[in-house]
Design a protein around this ligand. Sequence first.
Ligand code: 173
Length: 319
Amino acid sequence: MKRPVALALAALVPALACAQEVTLRLVSAFPENQHYVKRTTDWIEKLNKEAKGTLQINFIGGPKAIPTFEVGNAVKTGVVDLALSTGAFYTNVMPEADILKLSETSAAEQRANGGYDLINRIWAEKGNMRYLAKVVEFTPFHLYLNKKIDKPDLTGLKIRITPVYREFFQTLGASVMTTAPGEVYTALERGVIDGYGWPIHALFDLNWQEKTKFRVDPGFYNAEVSLIMNLDKYKALPPKVRQVLDQESLAYEKQNDYWKSYNQNEAKRQAQAGIQTISFDAATSKAYVEKAKDVGWANAIKASPQYGAQLKKVLEKAP
Ligand code: 173
């Protein structure tokens, strides 16, 4: 009697191990109608098909599920497993989160030059997070305005910001107000703000073109949106599941060239929607972009004496 039972058990164990499908919960710090979320839910759908029996991702929702600026802490503490966010939304977890906007090297280059590993060391130590993949890049930020300016002077203007733009716009004389993307439309409608910082794209997702007169050129910095994960959860994944997640995340990151043509189109769409561009002479434009960068790095190094300079080495393009 003894042997058949043992044999049956031995046969059962690997079967049980294989049958373990892991389900992870993902939230978005961006509103659900934003293009980023559509791309991410498409990615999830594909992953759920390909990794059936191994890994499933369950999209919980956008800021209605977890408010934009609380998503980072939700990932850190494991309230959710995964999030789609930008670093600017979780500087309350660690100031380093907002430094990635200063990237001049691409995500692919950062995987090769030690940047990705450094980011993951910092994200693990300070945020209890795994930085899985960057899924938006090659995308400058711009200043959008409803009042005309003829030089980069924002004195007397109230501008909606996130940490991305704070020091730069303040240096230009603006008074600033932090809001999540979901609150910008109403602020514009009520005339509470004279403008806002935002990438070159995704303005239409939230209908801001209806309430926007000008875009200031050139753009500055490089928008970073990524998939982040609770580190304990990541470490506890069976190796096979972790491998699938890493692979699928990398595959998503590798699509980032998408944004180059998308952004050109978005600029055209803005012009068609009647958004006028404000630009300065060449010297002023150059000084504007340099100021953004200088102010950004000065603040990064002040905010993170520990890692600011190390990040600069891997994010900055060699001159
Ligand atoms: O303006 C913002 O809300 C912001 O910081 C951001 C960052 C990356 C992509 C889109 C918006």
